[in-house]
Design a binder for this molecule. Structure first.
Ligand code: SF4
Ligand code: SF4
Length: 470
């Protein structure tokens, strides 16, 4: 039975409720009056529930799809303006004892090179990332209590924060590691991580158990309840996502929204971010083996509808998608992207052949090329990490988002961090485009005190001072 506030995975992600929602959506996908009501509600820009969103996702009428896309663009503009936050993944270790059939790091893969970085190697990677201009990382590691225990992860986080190369600094370390205990989440919280990210992969329990045939990750309940434990451990910024292509996309979409509704209902805090990965080719992984892969048009619709359903949650797209698709998804609601990414262990410092990569990257541009591309598309690239430093997390952060107040922080911070990037790392071409963009963005600041402060800080950045934030 479905109970949103239950502490049991199979009750807050109730299979019966998902099946009932699919049937309900099938029945109503051509019900014009109903769809009109849902679109009216969506227009209030306060989100949709899983049943409402599922109907829109199934709706095939061209005119309605156009309305969905237009509304997603409007919400994106209203909540996020033209800012796009940039980050990079950092793979610490690909030792893993799980059997995930869609990931080349699974235990049975004996020919992929296994690597675990030493603290010295991590330092070198961080310097390479800082030299590109990154300020925000997402660390990734396989699950292996012997090779990658929590102590190793904690030590690595400390190392990452400690590296200060030239004017560089990593100011926010997000963590994407396996489901763990409340005790370990407390340790991660004390290590001052940003967001704890855990992808559900698939919400369908039967499929989940088949795709994770052994290892600790086989336990659906333990995995699905992990974000609850993270919250109980004091981490109030959590990130979620599914790997689209593993099961039916409608099932996953509904499960994802139900999970979000559960967190919001129990902790009063929805997810800080939702990531939107699609299954990709990798070392011993063939996409054609996954019959649920989704096409570009369906993926666009999913992105737009998540933006509409959860207006105040950051949407992330990685380099799994190519430049063209990323451009389209940015319009439809994506607010964070990775740039210059390497998906192998030790890929930044040595620039080695990606023989240990987790998935095939479809956007191989450098960070500077991505920044320049964003600016030419009239986006404002942002390296901001201010909320974390100013203790604006969890409920505090969410209420600022819902009241559309966060913009007053994000916009000036984006301008100042872009200025840092242009001063320290950009190519001449990016500098030229970026300086013009900064002038035009400053002119948009309505509050005179903030505007003057940004102008003062911009000139201080030119004089080698760093890390200004609102
Ligand atoms: Fe290991 Fe994660 Fe890959 Fe599964 S998805 S094999 S847990 S690294
Ligand atoms: Fe993110 Fe906060 Fe910076 Fe806005 S001000 S970009 S929400 S860290």
């Amino acid at each position: 039975m479905y109970k949103i506030n239950s502490d049991k995975a199979e009750t807050f992600i109730s299979n019966e409720e998902i099946i009932a929602t699919i049937e309900f959506a099938q029945k109503n996908k051509n019900n014009k009056a109903f769809i009109k009501d849902i679109l009216n509600k969506a227009n209030e820009k306060k989100g949709l529930n899983h049943r409402e969103a599922a109907i829109l996702l199934l709706c095939e009428e061209k005119e309605i799809i156009e309305k969905i896309f237009t509304l997603a663009k409007e919400i994106k503009q209203e909540f996020y303006g033209n800012r796009i936050v940039l980050f990079a993944p950092l793979y610490l270790s690909n030792y893993c004892i799980n059997g995930c059939t869609y990931c080349p790091y699974h235990l049975i893969n004996k020919h992929i090179p296994r690597k675990k970085m030493t603290q010295e190697e991590i330092r070198n990677e961080v310097i390479a990332l800082q030299d590109m201009g990154h300020k925000r990382l997402a660390i990734e590691s396989g699950e292996d209590p012997v090779n990658n225990p929590i102590e190793y992860i904690l030590e690595s986080i400390e190392t990452i924060y400690s590296v200060k190369h030239k004017n560089g600094a990593i100011r926010r370390v997000n963590v994407n590691i396996a489901a763990t205990t409340v005790e370990n989440y407390k340790k991660l919280h004390n290590a001052k991580i940003g967001t704890y990210i855990l992808f559900q992969e698939t919400y369908n329990k039967k499929t989940y158990e088949e795709l994770h045939p052994f290892g600790p990750k086989h336990n659906y309940q333990y995995h699905t309840e992990a974000l609850d434990r993270a919250m109980q451990g004091g981490i109030d910024d959590v990130g979620m996502g599914v790997l689209f292509g593993l099961d039916n996309y409608l099932y996953e979409f509904i499960g994802l929204l139900m999970h979000k509704e559960h967190l919001e209902s129990v902790y009063n805090i929805g997810p800080h971010t939702i990531s939107l990965p699609r299954i990709r080719k990798a070392d011993d992984i063939e996409v054609s083996n996954f019959k649920n892969s989704i096409d570009d048009d369906t993926f666009k619709k999913i992105t737009a509808l998540i933006r509409i359903s959860v207006p105040y949650t950051g949407l992330i797209i990685s380099t799994r998608e190519n430049e063209k698709m990323r451009e389209k998804l940015l319009e439809l609601g994506v607010s964070q992207i990775s740039g210059g990414s390497k998906t192998s262990v030790g890929g930044y410092y040595k620039q080695e052949k990606e023989d240990s990569s987790q998935f095939e990257v479809n956007d191989n541009r450098t960070l500077d090329e991505v920044v320049n591309w964003l600016m030419k598309l009239n986006y404002l690239p942002s390296f901001c990490t201010a909320c974390y430093g100013n203790n604006r997390t969890g409920e505090k952060f969410m209420s600022l988002c819902k009241e559309k107040q966060i913009h007053n922080f994000c916009h000036p911070n984006a301008i100042m961090t872009l200025k840092e990037y242009l001063t320290d790392y950009a190519s001449n071409e990016s500098k030229l485009t970026g300086e013009k963009l900064i002038q035009s963005e400053i002119s948009k600041i309505k509050n005179e005190t903030i505007k003057q402060s940004v102008l003062t800080n911009i000139s201080k950045i030119s004089n080698d001072e760093r890390n200004f934030k609102f």
